[in-house]
Ligand binder design. Structure first.
Ligand SMILES: [Zn+2]
Length: 463
C-alpha cells in the first residue's frame, strides 16, 4: 500500500497495543486484498484483461442460464441451444460472447421478477433492492449483492488513490440527498475499515447557488463532490465574486455528463482540475478519470464495456458508440450485454501505463439527443448556447416536445418581455439553427428526472 502511505494517512490497526504495521479489521483486510489486486491488474495488457474477463463472464453465464428465468428463455437454456455453446462445458471466446443477444432496459423491465436469480451462493452476501429511473418510462427495479457493493467501495477507494486525495481533510458534498443537510464523522464505507478520515458534510443540491457558496465558504472544505452543472454554476459565482476556497485541494463530479466548458470554469474558479467518474446505480462504476488526464479508464475488473454502432458492431478508436455493459459479479440480477442507453467515445491506449480500456469522453444519454425529422439524432450542444445577453437568466433547459418543436424553459430573476424572448430565441438558433419552432417559457423550476438529475436537454419525442 505504498500509495496509501504516500497520502500520509496511517492505516488503522484494530489489534490492541499494535500500531505498526497495522492490523486492520476483517473488512479492511478484504479491501486491502482487493486493492492489492487492482493495483496489479490495471497494468495488465488489454489482451490479458479480456481473457480474464472471459473466464469470469463464463461463470456468470453458467449461473444465469440455470438460475435466472429471463436468461434461460432468452438463450434457450444451458445446452448449446440458442447460445451456440454450453457455458458449463465450453470456454467462452470473444466471438461467442459477441454473438450473445443484447439486452435492453425495456426487456429487463418487462421481465420483472424473472430477471432476478432464483438462488444465490451465500458467499455473495445480502441481496439489496434498488430503483433507477429515467426521464421517460417506468423505473427499473434492480438487485445487487454484498459482493457488488464491496466492489463499488473498492473502485471508490481506487479513485481516491489514483488521484492522491488527502483523506484526512474535510469532504463537502453538494448532491441530491434526502436530508437538507448532513454531517458524518468520516468519508464513508470505502475507507471506514482502513483509516481515520476527516469529517464529511453534505448540503442538498436544491439550495440556491448563493446559499451553496456561503455554505462552502463557511465549511472551508479540502475536498468537494457535486454534479457538473452545479459545479459550473458555483464556479461562475466564485469567479463573479472574486472569492476562493483557500483549502480546497480536489474537486470531483458525479452523475451527469461533463463538458469542456465545465472543466475550464473549474480551473479558473478554483485553480483545480475537475475529476469525473462514470457510474450507474444498477451497474456501479463503469469508468474513472485517469490521473492527470481528462479521459476515463474502464473499470474492467468489474465490468466488460463494449461500444457498439447502429449495427451492433464495435466502433473504431475515435468513434462514438452505445455503451453496452456486462456486469461481472452481479449474480442476483445478471446484466449480460446490457444496453445502457448511454453513448461514449472510444479513446486510444493511455500513456500512463494502465492497460484498462480508454473512453475519450462520456457523451451522454440517448434521451438527451435531439431527434431530427430524418430519423437521425444529434447532440443539441446546450453548453454552447449563450444566454448571457439577457440579464437575470438563472438557468435554462431545452425540451423537445415534437419532432419540429422545442421549448426553452427559462428561470429568470425578473419578468421577461417580448424583447427578451427574441434575444433568447436568437441565442438558441445561433447554436441549433432554424429547422424547428421554438417557444420560450418562463418557469419557476427546471425539470428533473425521476431520480433527481438535471439534464440541460430533455427529449420527449423518442426513447
Ligand atoms: Zn491513463
Amino acid at each position: 500500500m505504498r500509495r496509501m502511505a504516500a497520502s500520509g494517512l496511517p492505516l488503522r490497526s484494530t489489534v490492541e497495543g499494535i500500531s505498526w504495521p497495522a492490523f486492520p479489521d476483517p473488512a479492511g483486510e478484504a479491501m486491502l486484498a482487493m486493492i492489492w489486486q487492482l493495483e496489479r491488474s490495471e497494468r495488465f495488457t488489454p489482451a490479458r484483461l479480456r481473457s480474464l474477463q472471459m473466464v469470469q463472464v463464463r461463470a456468470l453465464l453458467r449461473h444465469a442460464a440455470i438460475h435466472v428465468p429471463f436468461y434461460a428463455e432468452l438463450w434457450g437454456g444451458m445446452g448449446a441451444g440458442r447460445l451456440g455453446f454450453d457455458p458449463g462445458v465450453d470456454a467462452l471466446t470473444p466471438k461467442r460472447f459477441a454473438a450473445l443477444p443484447l439486452v435492453t432496459r425495456a426487456m429487463l423491465e418487462g421481465a420483472g421478477e424473472r430477471a432476478f436469480s432464483t438462488t444465490l451462493p451465500p458467499s455473495h452476501g445480502t441481496v439489496h433492492a434498488g430503483l433507477t429511473a429515467g426521464t421517460t418510462g417506468s423505473p427499473l427495479h434492480f438487485r445487487a449483492t454484498g459482493l457488488t457493493q464491496f466492489m463499488w467501495r473498492a473502485f471508490t477507494l481506487r479513485d481516491h488513490l489514483w488521484h492522491r486525495r488527502d483523506l484526512s481533510g474535510k469532504l463537502a458534498a453538494i448532491r441530491r440527498m434526502q436530508a437538507r443537510r448532513a454531517q458524518e464523522p468520516n468519508w464513508g464505507l470505502a475507507t471506514a475499515g482502513l483509516c481515520n478520515t476527516g469529517p464529511a458534510v453534505g448540503l442538498n443540491v436544491d439550495h440556491e447557488i448563493v446559499e451553496q457558496a456561503a455554505w462552502l465558504v463557511e465549511q472551508d472544505p479540502h475536498s468537494l463532490i457535486t454534479h457538473p452543472a452545479n459545479l459550473y454554476a458555483l464556479a461562475g459565482w466564485f469567479i463573479g465574486h472574486g472569492m476562493k476556497l483557500p483549502n480546497l485541494r480536489d474537486i470531483r463530479t458525479v452523475s451527469d455528463r461533463v463538458t469542456p466548458e465545465q472543466r475550464a470554469a473549474c480551473r479558473v474558479a478554483f485553480g483545480l482540475p475537475l475529476v469525473d467518474s462514470y457510474s450507474t446505480r444498477e451497474l456501479g462504476y463503469l469508468a474513472l478519470q485517469c490521473p492527470g488526464r481528462e479521459h476515463y479508464h474502464v473499470q474492467e475488473e468489474g465490468v466488460l464495456v463494449e461500444l457498439l454502432d447502429e449495427k451492433d458492431r464495435p466502433v473504431p478508436q475515435g468513434a462514438t458508440g452505445r455503451v453496452v455493459v456486462t456486469s461481472l459479479h452481479n449474480f442476483a440480477m445478471p446484466f449480460v450485454r446490457y444496453d445502457t442507453g448511454d453513448y461514449a467515445t472510444a479513446g486510444p491506449p493511455c500513456d500512463c501505463g494502465r492497460g484498462l480500456a480508454v473512453l475519450a469522453r462520456i457523451d451522454g444519454r440517448a434521451r438527451n439527443l435531439m431527434s431530427m425529422p430524418d430519423g437521425s439524432r444529434r447532440w443539441p450542444g446546450c453548453e454552447l448556447i449563450d444566454l448571457d445577453g439577457v440579464p437575470g437568466v438563472r438557468g435554462f433547459q431545452l425540451v423537445q416536445v415534437a419532432i419540429d418543436r422545442l421549448e426553452l424553459h427559462v428561470v429568470a430573476a425578473r419578468p421577461l418581455g417580448p424583447a427578451d424572448d427574441a434575444k433568447l430565441e436568437a441565442a438558441v438558433r445561433a447554436s441549433l439553427g432554424r429547422g424547428f419552432d421554438l417557444t420560450v417559457l418562463s418557469v419557476e423550476h427546471l425539470l428533473h428526472t425521476a431520480d433527481g438529475r438535471f439534464e440541460p436537454f430533455v427529449n420527449r419525442v423518442g426513447g
